[in-house]
Write a protein that binds this ligand. Structure first.
Ligand code: NI
Length: 257
């Protein structure tokens, strides 16, 4: 059977956490050998570690998401980042900028400060980062150029253009593709899937969000990762097995699994 790694899922979200055993079981049955559970604030980062400590094949990422910065002071941020000391923590994430719902520039500034702090922390402790960027591509890129992630990272759920790919890759980052690549009308993600250098591609579900086309409208789970692999294999006219092997190696290389 093919070996897959879901490098970005939220089994720490209540909706998946309450049926954790069966969700993990279904993932394993579809070839998802390893999973990285990603935090978005203190509680979810702690829970990611709790889950990772329960299953040998599950790892954790800890961090503060740009939509969760309200009330976050230096101490809270330190508390979250210091969770990195747990053996199962393989990345700082998800971190970044999100201007989609928030137009207030003082909030954008706070997002930037917290993003930069977390990149610098990751650099200090030798971890890669998982980057969330929504409606904020140019500011994200500007920060990444000034504060280069020294241990790599992934542009999670990459929604940029084919033209911007090289700028991301030049920063030493990987491109993460998720459910949207399977959507019928998703022109850009499909083009990206074809053009991204294979050795820079990883796949993620972002479960419980972003369910692939085939299961759209349901709660997403790591077991749906295979739909993303299938779609990219078709788009690139590759065998699924060969593509899965390359992506598996990329994921292990980036997160040192
Ligand atoms: Ni996510």
């Amino acid at each position: 059977m093919m070996k897959l790694i879901d490098t970005h899922c939220h089994l720490n979200d209540d909706i998946l956490y309450k049926k954790l055993e069966e969700v993990v079981d279904r993932a394993k049955k579809t070839g998802v050998e390893k999973m990285i559970v990603v935090g978005w604030d203190k509680k979810s980062s702690e829970r990611a570690i709790k889950i990772a400590n329960r299953f040998p094949f599950i790892y954790a990422a800890v961090g503060v998401h740009p939509n969760n910065i309200e009330g976050v002071d230096e101490k809270t941020l330190d508390d979250v980042l210091n969770l990195y000391q747990n053996d199962k923590v393989v990345a700082i994430g998800e971190i970044g900028l999100d201007y989609h719902y928030v137009k207030d520039e003082t909030i954008h500034e706070k997002q930037k400060q917290i993003f930069i702090k977390q990149i610098e922390f990751a650099n200090l402790v030798g971890l890669p980062i998982s980057i969330h960027s929504r409606s904020a591509f140019f500011d994200t890129l500007e920060i990444l150029k000034k504060h280069k992630p020294l241990h790599g990272g992934v542009m999670h759920c990459y929604s940029g253009s084919v033209e911007s790919l090289s700028e991301i890759i030049d920063l030493g980052l990987y491109i993460g593709l998720d459910g949207p690549v399977t959507f019928k009308n998703a022109k850009t993600p499909k083009q990206v899937a074809v053009e991204v250098p294979l050795e820079k591609l990883i796949i993620e579900t972002d479960a419980p969000y972003l369910s692939p086309q085939q299961v759209r409208g349901t709660i997403n789970e790591p077991s749906n990762l295979v739909y993303i692999l299938d779609e990219i294999a078709v788009l690139r006219s590759m065998s699924k097995k060969h593509l899965a092997e390359i992506i598996y190696k990329n994921s292990c290389r980036l997160f040192k699994l």
